[in-house]
Design a protein around this ligand. Structure first.
Ligand code: PLP
Length: 432
């Protein structure tokens, strides 16, 4: 576990180094103490209903809603929002110092190290970007590919990790091939089958394989290291992984993996401010992947992943509050988070199995599943049901039509059993 006050201690140090007035420093110290107290007082335990209720109080979610759409957009807890607001006010107190000065550099490095520890990678391998889609744009724009090269991914790949390749293929001459992912067999696929699906689709011209660690439709935990190693053994040169739905929800270990790049959106499961991304680029890939943004030409590339964030003016308050989001999640504890997520998953699976008109469309083993759960109602259109449930009980879910025709239910740690049951009761009552 990292030191819970790491990012904020760096933050105070940065401010005092900026020779600001006593009033600004005093406000910053008060903010620091308040955030430290709030995070330090969480004492979260997965099997303690009162701890879950206390956790729920940390969020701004509307009491009129049953928010089960954390896979689309997460929600930042109060201490992260307060910290973010405090940093914004600080920036406005002396804009040229806090936006252009170097005061945030030290803090940002602490946050980078904190995120790298979570991902089990080196801090030098990690850029702080804006979202997953940006990571895939850097890859698609930068990688030296051309005629005869193929990019391969399955039909379950999200548009953010797919469209940059589709669009650039026309200009650059490479080709994109999608293979069908059998979403309708999501409940029964074995790990071996998932690996084989990817590996069997590889052809001699396939240079890049892209897949999500956790997909956004049925929440399958793709076997990361196994697919990457098997793809490399088959001659694929680059393996790029979409980590939008994994980081913060399931443990991620990029150490000793054959993954070359891993792009993330911490606003989902790490509950950071919106508009922040994390982007892992392996040391081996970096010399072959030029940066997309150029501001400090004189500095040149320093060879680390920091090169990919040469943004000039940026939203520092959000970047600094990412450190508070990491602190918050760290204080909840990886083990307790896992236990809580598994318990919510198990409760929903039990409810679905007990009701003949409902069909569980996600993997049936927790080790290959996640709290992104797809549920079909026999004979009903999922998109229409989604609208009805919003109107009737304020249930917010994502609905997929097409061959999946399922509601995607994605709760979070603070979702109570009562909320989940209320939503399921309404679903059963509405289903035909
Ligand atoms: C699996 C997956 N990949 C990529 C994205 C795109 O994320 P962003 O819009 O933050 O770039 C999403 C967003 O929902 C997603 O679910």
């Amino acid at each position: 576990m990292t030191d819970k006050t790491t990012s904020r201690r760096g933050f105070l140090h940065a401010i005092s180094a900026g020779s600001v007035g006593g009033a600004v420093l005093g406000r910053a110290q008060a903010l620091d103490a308040a955030i430290t107290g709030a995070i330090g007082g969480l004492h979260f335990r997965a099997d303690d209903a009162s701890a879950v209720r206390r956790l729920k109080e940390q969020y701004f979610l509307s009491r009129d809603l049953i928010y089960l759409n954390h896979a689309s957009i997460g929600t930042a807890p109060r201490p992260v929002v307060d910290a973010h607001a405090g940093y914004l006010a600080l920036c406005e107190s002396h804009p040229s110092l806090y936006v252009w000065g170097s005061v945030w550099r030290e803090v940002t490095e602490r946050i980078r190290a904190q995120a790298a520890a979570l991902l089990r990678c080196a801090a030098d391998d990690l850029a702080i970007t804006h979202n997953t889609t940006e990571g895939f744009n850097i890859l698609a724009h930068g990688l030296p590919l051309g005629a005869g090269d193929e990019i391969l991914f399955s039909s379950i790949n999200h548009s953010g990790a797919a469209v940059p390749w589709d669009v650039l293929a026309r200009d650059r001459g490479f080709s994109v091939r999608r293979f069908d992912f059998p979403v309708d067999r999501g409940a029964e696929l074995t790990t071996e089958e998932v690996v084989a699906l990817h590996v069997d689709a590889i052809r001699p011209e396939t240079r890049v394989l892209v897949f999500p660690h956790v997909d956004n439709m049925i929440g399958l935990r793709h076997p990361l290291k196994e697919i990457a190693a098997a793809a490399k053994a088959r001659g694929v040169e680059f393996v790029f992984v979409d980590g939008a739905q994994s980081v913060g929800m399931i443990p991620v270990d990029l150490s000793a993996s054959d993954v070359d790049a891993y792009a993330m959106s911490p606003h989902k499961w790490l509950q950071s401010p919106k508009g922040l991304g994390l982007f892992y680029v392996s040391e081996a890939l970096r010399p072959r992947l030029p940066r997309m943004w150029h501001k400090t030409a004189a500095r040149g590339m320093d060879g680390t992943a920091r090169d990919y964030e040469d943004y000039s003016t940026r939203a520092w308050p959000a970047v600094v509050a990412l450190g508070d989001a990491l602190d918050f999640q760290d204080a909840l504890g990886e083990q307790e988070k896992n236990r809580r997520y598994e318990s919510l998953w198990g409760r929903l699976l039990e409810r679905v199995d007990a009701e003949p008109k409902l069909v569980w469309r996600s993997p049936r083993e927790w080790t290959s599943s996640s709290v992104i759960m797809a549920v079909e109602v026999r004979g009903a259109s999922a998109p229409s049901l989604g609208t009805e449930l919003l109107d009737s009980v304020g249930g917010v879910v994502r609905a997929f039509g097409g061959s999946l025709n399922a509601l995607r239910i994605s709760p979070n740690l603070m979702t109570t059993e009562e909320e989940l049951d209320r939503f399921m009761d309404a679903l059963v009552a509405r289903g035909v």
